[in-house]
Design a protein around this ligand. Structure first.
Ligand code: ZN
Length: 241
């Protein structure tokens, strides 16, 4: 599972290389393929060639004018407008056709929160996780999402118990419990660790693991600066902020 690539081709390629060594049977992309980074079209090509199981993020919609960017901060808005000018007609069509959610029998994915997927709510507190658990489809034990660019795991032991956060590393899923996993960001981590993040879900062993991989950060920064995007978008990659 990979999320929040944000046009960072160097980070995406490092993640795909790491994942290629892991016997991944099924790739899922949790949205925000574009926005912020300097390689939106190349990232779209990679993802669309990798899997058809891809959902939309708010920046994907902002880049095609499907989301009002007046609530974006100035850097995000400038990047959205820049991305809008770069996209090919095929890229625009592709982003416009992405669904808000995807599910199978034991996994539900959404970019921001199962509670109102199209409202792009940030999910970072146990209280918000409780609301999200209530909105998950019945019978599904695991929800994976992105949006905050910060790896997180919430566990719900029983309906009447509040959600609790657990360290976002490796975890065996206990039966009869439910989980929400934020898989972190490939292209713009914000948890203070500049390495690209991705998540592997071992469906046989019922284990999830959030992994990190270094990438050619300087090259991604150079491209951002060369494209005339806000310098702050290059700078933040170095600090994972
Ligand atoms: Zn994002």
């Amino acid at each position: 599972m990979l999320s929040d690539i944000h046009g960072n081709l160097e980070a995406l390629d490092a993640v795909l290389e790491a994942m290629a060594g892991e016997r991944i049977g099924h790739y899922l992309c949790l949205g925000d393929i574009v926005g912020y980074g300097a390689s939106p079209n190349a990232c779209l090509d990679r993802v669309s060639g990798l899997t058809t199981d891809v959902i939309a993020g708010n920046h994907d919609h902002a880049a095609i004018g499907k989301l009002d960017i007046s609530t974006f901060n100035p850097f995000a808005a400038e990047a959205a407008l820049w991305t809008r000018r770069q996209l090919t007609p095929d890229g625009r069509r592709y982003l416009g056709a992405l669904p808000y959610v995807w599910r199978n029998d034991d996994l539900f994915i959404v970019h921001a929160s199962p509670a109102h997927p199209e409202e792009w709510i940030y999910l970072s507190t146990p209280w918000q996780a409780d609301e999200a658990f209530d909105a998950m489809p019945a019978g599904v034990a695991l929800c994976a999402l992105g949006h905050t660019h910060t790896p997180m795991i919430f566990e719900k032991r029983a309906v009447e118990e509040p959600s609790r956060p657990i360290p976002p590393t490796a975890l065996e899923l206990a039966s009869e419990r439910r989980y929400i996993v934020n898989v972190g960001s490939v292209g713009q981590p914000r948890d203070g660790d500049p390495r690209a993040a991705y998540c592997v879900y071992d469906t046989e062993m019922k284990k999830i693991e959030i992994k990190r991989v270094p990438y050619d950060l300087e090259s991604a920064q150079r491209k951002i600066r060369k494209a005339g995007l806000p310098d702050m978008l290059a700078e933040r990659l170095e600090f994972g902020r």
